[in-house]
Design a protein around this ligand. Structure first.
Ligand SMILES: [Zn+2]
Length: 405
């Protein structure tokens, strides 16, 4: 019995490895796959035939040969299935439908009504999630596999395995079993993940998995980070790794909802902008509750309102302090920034660079720090579903020649 289990696990692993290789190469052939993976030709042929029958792989004609028979070229069928990704940011949600190559075919942004109490707020979040997933399912194109699942990203502590949310900034601290709450309301597999983990996954997959060490910092209502280390999403023991937002940067600083003081999140998130505005001379900032603080600060700064520019600069410097700590601790290939700060790049990045010049160690000064795309989290959430369904059991990575990417 044991050997049967091992054989089927091995087969799943080989299948995922072959499919991943076909996905990551522009085109490939059975013989190339055999050479690159070390799997024998008969095994590769069986797996490829199965993947073709399932329409995950297609044959697209003959390649050139250096002697002997011309190989049949294979290509990954990105439209064989679709997945849904949601980026829930408490006041609004961005929903995308992407094919299994991560190409977006649908995007929608909806507001989430504010709740008087934490229970109200969670009720609204659940209602909007159900509604958004149903609409996205209706909007997805027809495909051989249909929709393989949906992943909901939250700006807080979430355990991917259990689907339990532990913390949402300004909203919730405890144990919220959202998976059970949604069970029966959505007819496809559901996954839950931290937003920055989805963001970093989007960067990792979007760049063809070439950079193996990436940190994605999502700064908006809170500050969180996702890490790909050695080509794997690092979640930690309880699934809550990357909470750099709660590292202390001022031991006697502002109190945080987590129970600590001087957490980075209190200095580098959107809500700290209000404090910087007051400190920079705008005693009574007139901010509308209907638009995000970041958007309003940006509009004012672009109109050359000095108080708002100073506030954004203060935010940039404080982002820089935390980024320097992360760079020095992890020495990654790159750091990508996401969340509502993306739009304010021109005000924030020069300040971040200025801090890093002094605080990042040696080679860490040369690590690129850049802004990501606005849809990174939602698209990354859908990519995580695809990974779980199709690729999670793949074996160790193989190296693909740069010319084939
Ligand atoms: Zn904290």
């Amino acid at each position: 019995m044991q050997s049967n289990i091992d054989a089927s696990a091995m087969r799943r692993m080989n299948r995922a490895t072959v499919l991943k290789l076909v996905r990551d190469m522009r085109t490939t052939s059975r013989i190339d796959i055999s050479q690159m993976t070390g799997l024998n030709k008969a095994t590769v042929s069986n797996i490829v035939d199965e993947l073709i029958a399932e329409q995950l792989v297609v044959e697209i004609g003959y390649g050139s040969s250096s002697g002997g028979r011309k190989p049949i070229l294979l290509r990954f069928n990105g439209n064989a299935a679709y997945a849904i990704g949601l980026d829930v940011q408490l006041s609004h949600v961005t929903t995308v439908v992407c094919n299994i190559r991560g190409e977006s075919v649908y995007r929608r942004v909806s507001q989430i009504p504010r709740g008087e109490t934490a229970d109200d707020a969670r009720g609204h979040i659940v209602e909007v999630i159900v509604d958004e997933i149903r609409q996205a399912m209706d909007a997805a194109p027809d495909s051989p596999y249909g929709i393989v699942g949906a992943c909901v990203a939250f700006p807080g502590m979430v355990n991917f395995q259990s689907g339990i949310v532990y913390y949402l900034p300004n909203t919730f601290l405890g144990e919220w079993d959202i998976r059970s709450e949604l069970a029966g309301q959505i007819p496809i597999p559901l996954y839950f993940e931290n937003d920055a983990n989805c963001g970093v996954w989007n960067e990792f997959v979007g760049q063809g998995t070439r950079l193996k060490n990436i940190v994605y910092i999502n700064a908006g209502i809170g500050v969180g980070a996702g890490m790909v280390i050695d080509g794997k999403l690092y979640r930690g023991r309880d699934g809550i790794a990357g909470e750099f937002g709660h590292m202390t940067i001022h031991p006697m600083g502002a109190s945080c909802m987590c129970g600590g003081y001087g957490c980075w999140e209190e200095y580098a998130s959107e809500r700290s902008l209000l404090r910087y505005l007051r400190e920079s001379g705008e005693a009574d900032p007139k901010l509308s509750p209907d638009t995000s603080v970041m958007e309003q600060a940006l509009t004012q700064a672009q109109r050359d309102n000095r108080a708002y520019i100073r506030a954004l600069h203060a935010l940039g410097q404080n982002l820089g302090f935390g980024i320097a700590n992360i760079l020095n601790a992890l020495n990654p290939d790159e750091i990508v920034l996401g969340g509502s700060i993306v739009g304010a790049a021109t005000f924030l990045l020069p300040e971040i660079d200025r801090v890093l010049k002094h605080r990042a160690l040696l080679m860490n000064k040369r690590v690129p720090v850049r802004m990501g795309s606005v849809n990174a989290v939602a698209v990354g959430a859908s990519s995580l579903v695809v990974h779980e369904v199709l690729f999670a059991s793949a074996g160790e990575s193989f190296s693909i020649p740069a010319s084939d990417l």
